[in-house]
Design a protein around this ligand. Structure first.
Ligand SMILES: [Zn+2]
Length: 244
């Protein structure tokens, strides 16, 4: 609700780009919902030194105006007291925010919620499963340089970047994500694989792929149980042996 308010105040004129996001297709304003939303704004205000109380108050009065290359936060100095004709003075803001900050905010928020203990392996080396809360599991597809998730949020965030070309550019250049959609299940998979950035994920992915190819090329009838055990131990050591 608050997000919707921040994006369409009747007393403000928003940028043409913002209006195009707002009227993209009804109920499909993905960029506003997933990237330029109140939750990410709260995260950014906290990094700007705002207190919890100030952020709580700001949620009701801030307007988030998205431009092609930048975002503008605005809270007037005087704001109406709801239910009255009176105004009160509040902490105001009027400044431009980098789109990179929204990407970092989204990543930080989802990273805090990411939990490797919900991640399970499947019979396929390139697929992981994320156990959902209501028996709703999500499929994580491990690809070279990318993990995709079958969940609703992953799809929404991807669509958000499709709607905002410059934000997508920032995501591709992000030193940690390097193009990875920071969905919380994907970040859980990163934690499960002990990766903290795209570079380490790419390295681990290659190792897993090599191990899978080696496994598939091995005639297991010819190999003793001891050798299999030793190979598994070696692989584990290769992957997790204090490299990170
Ligand atoms: Zn997901």
């Amino acid at each position: 609700m608050n997000t919707a308010k921040a994006h369409c105040r009747t007393d403000r004129k928003y940028s043409p780009f913002h209006m195009s996001l707002l009227t993209y297709v009804p109920n499909e304003d993905f960029a506003l919902k997933h990237l330029y939303n109140i939750k990410n704004t709260e995260e950014i205000l906290a990094t700007l030194g705002w207190t919890r109380e100030e952020i709580k108050e700001a949620k009701n009065h801030i307007s988030i105006d998205v431009w092609p290359y930048i975002v503008r936060f605005h809270i007037p100095k005087w704001v109406p007291i709801s239910g009255t004709a009176l105004y009160k003075q509040t902490k105001s803001i009027s400044r431009f925010i980098s789109k990179k900050d929204f990407i970092s905010a989204l990543m930080e928020r989802n990273s805090r919620q990411a939990n490797s203990s919900f991640v399970e392996e499947t019979n396929e080396w390139y697929i992981l499963k994320h156990k959902g809360s209501k028996a709703q599991d999500h499929r994580l597809l491990l690809e070279h340089g990318n993990i995709t998730c079958s969940c609703h949020a992953y799809n929404g965030i991807s669509q958000a970047f499709n709607q905002d070309e410059y934000a997508l550019k920032c995501l591709m250049k992000d030193p940690i994500l390097a193009g990875q959609i920071p969905d919380k299940h994907v970040l859980s998979a990163w934690k499960y694989l002990k990766c903290h950035c795209m570079a380490s994920y790419s390295w681990v992915w290659k190792k897993i792929q090599d191990a899978a190819i080696h496994y598939l090329n091995t005639d297991w009838d010819e190999v003793s149980d001891e050798e299999v055990f030793a190979a598994a131990e070696r692989a584990k050591k290769d992957l997790f042996g204090g490299v990170f």
